[in-house]
Design a protein around this ligand. Structure first.
Ligand code: ATP
Ligand code: MG
Length: 582
């Protein structure tokens, strides 16, 4: 490709709405343009990267025995009614009507469609196992599309679905996909961790997320220093480490204290000069329209997913100011002692870390007052439901080996679920087993966010000048540019290398534009192609050109007679440049 013809409009300025580096560089590098919130055009450079990611996925999934197909984006409501998700999925599901008034949706995921397909044609255990996948645009009307491609509304996903005769087979399929994912993300050049995860609205019982480690990630993950355990903080179960349950010697007298305007744990702990650990956060949550009061230690965070699971609720959220008032509570001063009658009727959950704790500070359910010296078991004997309801954090004990957990930020690029018979039972997708018994097929489902992988790769691989693509994902592998575009010998040498690279099957971008060298270098750094050959009149007199890897600072002088061979070796993963002088 000649840069003079390439549709990659680069920008000098960082777009104002782009907070994360992948969004900034993809926009500045002419890879993507926003059509509307969370919806993007993928320009030729991005399209090449996406095709590279897709190709790696295809090779590894095909190798694992999966087969590619393509399902429709527009899906009829009937099958979603059958699975029960037409009601449950919520506003992320973009619903539409056709001219006859029938209900449809844009596919956010394809369990319903694929189960409908398989139930028509698969009748016998002999036809299983099968694993079918597609790579396709998905639509989810995300409440807050953000960070460019990281959380879009329309995005490209690879979704795969496995069908097995029984649980044992399904777990083998799950394992095969888990391994394929490890190979896929390794080949994409990503630093990632598979972590135990919540199963969310898709449902099921076993699940791992593949998390790319990056500060800009939305997901918090913990992993153990001493064993293999790694989990999303939403999922990580917690154990109480050896500290004695009632660590404080003597119970103080319960006292009401004036705490004007001191609404946060921060403010209370500094005003009363007590450790945050001795303050209690009382949160009002709404689980399926019912109020739930959740108590966690002042230095801990509540985990709404654990609360949701404990209560077997479909939906969970924080109560609004309005709802808090309706319960007769005063925001910022809520507590378990002398709470309003309505609040007392709600479900109360107490985090296990508070079990047996004494001399605590809690809200007094009155504007500008708290109680201190509260001992939960003595003063609030009605609180009898203690459970693990908080988020894991660095320093917590590993639930497997009691080692210490470390915390990371991650970007979820892939997700594998063991689904069991959740969809096949609801949608009557049965087979006759070996004994002639009718039985529901056992499923797994497996997603990879293809567009999110592209963004995550940039979050991990960039510097202040631009993108530094891993070779496997790069839109072009070689960037040839001329330092003077008006010198005949320079241009004819560049044209020669360009044609040679094309003949060798190397993806090459040739910057043939009539621009100053500085501008070409800037664009080259921004776009991030792994190898660069710069050709100038002075070098040619000595018979050399300059070769540079995007990931290194060193510029090598390589004889013109050897340069294409050196590039070919480097692209094959051999170190060939090191033997040349800087
Ligand atoms: P998240 O927790 O990030 O919302 P999810 O659990 O809803 O993701 P899955 O249903 O597991 O996502 O979808 C499979 C994959 O699709 C995810 O691992 C992620 O890589 C990608 N993905 C999901 N939602 C988006 C989105 N809004 N934008 C881009 N990629 C997405
Ligand atoms: Mg997920």
């Amino acid at each position: 490709m000649r840069a003079s013809r390439l549709y990659a409009p680069t920008l000098k300025e960082t777009p104002s709405d782009a907070e994360v580096v992948s969004h900034q560089l993809l926009t500045r590098g002419g890879y993507i343009r926003k059509l509307t919130a969370g919806v993007y055009d993928y320009l030729p450079l991005a399209h090449r990267v996406l095709r590279n990611i897709e190709e790696i996925i295809r090779q590894e999934l095909n190798r694992a025995g999966a087969q590619e197909l393509l399902m429709p984006t527009v899906q009829p409501a009937e099958i979603w009614e059958e699975s029960g998700r037409w009601q449950k999925y919520g506003p992320e599901l973009l619903r539409l009507k056709d001219r006859k008034g029938s209900d449809f949706c844009l596919g956010p995921t394809h369990e319903e469609v694929i189960v409908d397909l398989v139930r028509r044609d698969v009748r016998s255990w002999r036809q299983l196992p099968i694993n079918l996948y597609q790579i396709q645009g998905k639509f989810r009307d995300e409440i807050r599309p953000r960070a460019g491609l990281m959380r879009g509304r329309e995005f490209i996903m690879k979704d795969a679905y496995s069908f097995d005769v029984n649980e044992e087979g399904a777990l083998q399929s799950y394992d095969a996909m888990y391994k394929a994912y490890q190979r896929i993300f390794t080949r994409c050049g990503l630093d990632f961790r598979p972590v135990e995860a919540d199963t969310g609205s898709i449902g099921g019982s076993r699940s791992h997320e593949f998390q790319v480690l990056a500060e800009s990630g939305e997901d918090a993950i913990v992993s153990c220093d001493s064993c293999e355990f790694a989990a999303n903080v939403e999922q990580a179960e917690l154990v109480i480490r050896g500290e004695s349950l009632s660590s404080s010697p003597e119970m103080k007298v319960l006292t009401k204290v004036h705490t004007p305007n001191q609404k946060s744990i921060e403010a209370i702990s500094s005003a009363l000069d007590v450790d945050k650990k001795s303050c209690v956060k009382t949160l009002v949550m709404i689980a399926d329209d019912q109020a739930v009061m959740v108590l966690v230690r002042g230095d801990h965070e509540v985990n709404d997913i654990k609360v949701k699971k404990l209560l077997d609720a479909q939906e969970i959220r924080m109560a609004t100011e309005e709802e808090i008032k309706e319960l007769g509570l005063v925001s910022g001063f809520i507590g378990p002692y002398q709470a309003s009658n309505q609040a007392q009727k709600a479900t109360w959950l107490v985090d296990q870390a508070l079990k047996g704790k004494v001399n605590l500070v809690v809200g007094a359910n009155e504007l500008d007052y708290h109680f201190s010296g509260v001992s939960l078991e003595r003063d609030c004997p009605q609180l009898d439901r203690y459970a693990d309801v908080r988020l894991a954090e660095a320093g917590d004990a590993c639930p497997r080996c009691r080692g210490e957990l470390r915390a990371f930020k991650g970007i979820e690029v892939g997700h594998v679920f063991y689904l069991g018979t959740k969809y096949t039972k609801a949608m009557k997708c049965n087979i006759l087993d070996e004994n002639g018994q009718e039985t529901p097929i056992v499923m797994g489902c497996y997603g990879i966010g293809v567009t999110r992988v592209m963004a995550a790769a940039i979050e991990q691989n960039h510097d202040q000048d631009g993108i530094v693509w891993p070779v496997s994902l790069a839109p072009f592998k070689l960037h040839i540019l001329t330092l003077q575009s008006n010198k005949e010998d320079v241009v004819s040498c560049a044209e020669g290398f360009y044609n040679e690279a094309l003949d060798m099957g190397i993806d090459v971008l040739y910057d043939d534009r009539d621009l100053r060298a500085g501008g070409k270098f800037k664009d080259a750094d921004l776009i991030g192609i792994p190898f660069r050959i710069a050709i100038g009149g002075r070098g040619l007199k000595e018979g050399v050109v300059e070769v540079k890897k995007r990931s290194e600072k060193t510029v090598y002088k390589v004889p013109t007679t050897q340069v294409m061979q050196v590039i070919a070796q480097e692209l094959a993963g051999q170190n060939a440049l090191n033997s040349f002088t800087e």
